[in-house]
Design a protein around this ligand. Structure first.
Ligand code: GAL
Length: 651
């Protein structure tokens, strides 16, 4: 069937004056739910070729990704030859794509998948290959003749051009081909694309490029979430592709990334090597319960409804009256999160069936839903306003008295159990779920009875072994009976049991950090660099070389556990100008901060032209020293900072 392409007027709530959403939407018949697929860029950069694309298509089928809904196999930048042919047409690089793009499209189509391709609205792509400027009609025709099903149009090398006008030109060129082609704007949030994106394209990037770091996911989430009113079937905010599986985050953080993207009705474009998916990455990417939230026919983007400290509760209305509830804990310690369900857009009833989208268990809840949520984690539920015999909803959350649990020392943990269900729990027994080698008094707590809506807190006096120096995940668990049926519940809780605090006068580069994360620059790891800049050059600030220090790129957080034993911290800090400027000529700018137990002791906006800052700060009584480098509004390009010659004075 041939789909008729047209730009149609859609009467929306905006036309009736009740929302900020635009009144006109592109209706090209595709991407009625957020597109799902694969793209090579995040994992391979410019190293793309036909084998990679075809083997990735095979892997999407064999890994179960295709069956879970992933359809588009997208070629990103660097697939082209450096010049057009004599007729002015684009030519694929003959070494990378010796059989041409049409052959790759045929290969992909034969596996039930669809092919995507990348171009740029300017004179050249970001990788400096020929751009589509002045060639929209012939390029659109070329893509259609090759059997391309998805076009991503980037925004490099567009000096002086107007995004709306340029992107409309390619929209019309694609419409004129008569082939249904998903149209994706890689516009990085420039010129408020959510305002004109819906009538122009199927999806538009709302932010700069995603990176494989927790900070990147949190930054992008903060920018994309408020735009929820602009998403609708056929027109989606695009917070960029997925990093799940690339190694810079923990599995918990990748589950959070994937859950947030689904809650925000984001395109789910896997950006990892799908030929070598780890078991956890496959489990995350193919979680059908979470995918069903993303792909829900109502096409509403979920958003945060309740916030408290580092936790938030999100709601996404689903077709049929269910709501996808996401509880996010962006903090550094486990938390108990709860929400009255009537505040989340659910019809008020006495009972709700709650499906945990990560454990795939159905339970019955009363009017307030609670969950223990690990640090950097989520709990995600599909809540239905109906009653059905199922196990009770019970939340279990463990926390420590302080953010750090000292190895070897006595510490106090508490486990709170919330009975969210309408039934009384009998014979409730709570276990702390400690790893081997940890001692606890008591070892088990028998609580007895817990009424509907009630909670109970158990305190454990715990002694961890003396040599740990890393994260430890506890698995607190409860058992009970409800009616005649036995039941159980639990939720992991990750605590930081840091390395021993430093002694004497120490060079910070000689002691381990308790937590170190940075946003990787191309090809480098997501850990801060020791004695090198983030770009692997020698540390250098304003012409001065330093032998010792930490090289990081925004966004970055490095925490040290001082255990209250130190008196001062000294360091030089500034932006490292030896980091080459990116493809977009922007100078590095960053907000550089030092925090002590969460208090800001130093914070300065810095760029390359500024003098090096010499910092000397008191640390008396401080448990956690945090070195933080944040990007400013121009994203993270060129934002490499050096903590140069950092030293602590301790007892
Ligand atoms: C960026 C774009 C990335 C990738 C890259 C290729 O502008 O945001 O997703 O396509 O260009 O050079």
């Amino acid at each position: 069937m041939r789909i008729r392409w047209s730009v149609v007027l859609v009467v929306t709530a905006a036309a009736l004056g009740c929302s900020a959403a635009p009144a006109v939407a592109l209706n090209n018949g595709v991407a009625r739910t957020p597109p799902m697929g694969f793209n090579d860029w995040n994992a391979f950069g410019c190293n793309v070729n036909e084998q990679l694309i075809e083997r990735s298509a095979d892997a999407m089928v064999s890994s179960g990704m295709a069956a879970a809904g992933y359809r588009y196999v997208n070629i990103d930048d660097c697939w082209l030859s450096h010049t057009r042919n004599a007729a002015g047409d684009l030519v694929p690089d003959p070494h990378k794509f010796p059989h041409g793009i049409a052959a790759v499209a045929a290969y992909v189509h034969a596996r039930g998948l669809e092919l995507g391709i990348y171009e740029d609205a300017g004179d050249a792509t970001c990788g400096a290959y020929p751009g589509s400027y002045g060639h929209d009609l012939e390029d659109a025709r070329t893509f259609a003749s090759w059997g391309v099903d998805y076009v991503k149009l980037d925004w490099c090398n567009t000096q002086g051009l107007n995004p709306q006008g340029e992107y409309r030109r390619m929209r019309d060129a694609l419409l004129a081909t008569g082939r249904p082609i998903v149209y994706s704007l890689s516009i990085w949030g420039v010129a408020f694309p959510w305002l004109w994106g819906p009538q122009t394209a199927n999806l538009w990037r709302t932010t700069g490029d995603i990176k494989d770091s927790w900070q990147s996911v949190m930054q992008i989430t903060a920018l994309n979430a408020p735009l929820w009113r602009y998403a609708r079937p056929g027109a989606w905010n695009d917070p960029d592709m997925l990093e799940v599986g690339n190694g810079g985050m923990t599995d918990t953080e990748y589950r959070t990334h994937f859950s947030l993207w689904a809650e925000m009705a984001a395109p789910l474009i896997a950006g990892t090597d799908v030929r070598r998916l780890s078991a956890p990455a496959r489990t995350i990417l193919t979680n059908r319960d979470v995918i069903a939230v993303d792909q829900d026919a109502l096409g509403v983007q979920g958003h945060p409804v309740l916030r408290s400290g580092a936790t938030s509760v999100w709601a996404k209305r689903l077709a049929g009256g269910d709501v996808a509830v996401l509880m996010l804990n962006s903090g550094d310690t486990p938390a108990l999160v709860s929400a009255p369900l009537r505040k989340l857009g659910l019809r008020q009833t006495a009972h709700y069936v709650v499906r945990d989208l990560w454990t795939h268990r159905d339970t019955l809840s009363g009017p307030v839903l609670a969950a223990g949520v690990d640090r950097h984690g989520v709990a995600m539920f599909r809540v239905s306003p109906r009653s059905q015999a199922s196990a009770p909803t019970v939340a279990v959350a463990t926390s420590a008295a302080t953010p750090y649990v000292a190895a070897g020392g006595p510490t106090r943990l508490t486990t709170t159990v919330v009975n969210s269900s309408p039934s009384t729990l009998h014979g409730l027994v709570v276990r702390p779920g400690l790893p081997g080698g940890w001692r606890s008094v008591p070892r088990v707590a028998a609580v007895g009875r817990l009424a509907p809506g009630a909670s109970v807190t158990v305190t454990w006096d715990v002694q961890p072994p003396s040599a740990i120096g890393s994260w430890v995940t506890l698995h607190p668990a409860v058992s009970f009976s409800a009616g005649a049926r036995p039941g159980s519940a639990g939720a992991p809780a990750t605590l930081d049991v840091p390395p021993a605090p430093p002694h004497g006068s120490v060079d910070l580069t000689t002691i381990p950090w308790a937590y170190g994360s940075m946003t990787p620059t191309k090809g480098l790891s997501s850990r801060p660099r020791l004695n090198h800049s983030a770009n692997d050059t020698p540390l250098k600030l304003n012409g001065v070389r330093y032998a010792h220090g930490l090289g990081v790129n925004a966004w970055s957080v490095v925490d040290y556990y001082l255990g209250g034993r130190c008196s001062s911290f000294t360091t030089d800090v500034g932006l490292d100008a030896s980091v080459p400027m990116s493809k977009v000529l922007v100078q590095g700018t960053a907000q550089v901060s030092v925090l002590a137990d969460g208090r800001v002791l130093f914070s300065r906006f810095m760029d390359w032209s500024m003098p090096t800052a010499h910092i000397d700060l008191p640390m008396t009584g401080v448990n956690e020293l945090r070195l933080e480098v944040d990007a400013t509004r121009d994203w993270i390009w060129g934002d490499a900072a050096d903590w140069a010659g950092p030293r602590l004075q301790c007892q």
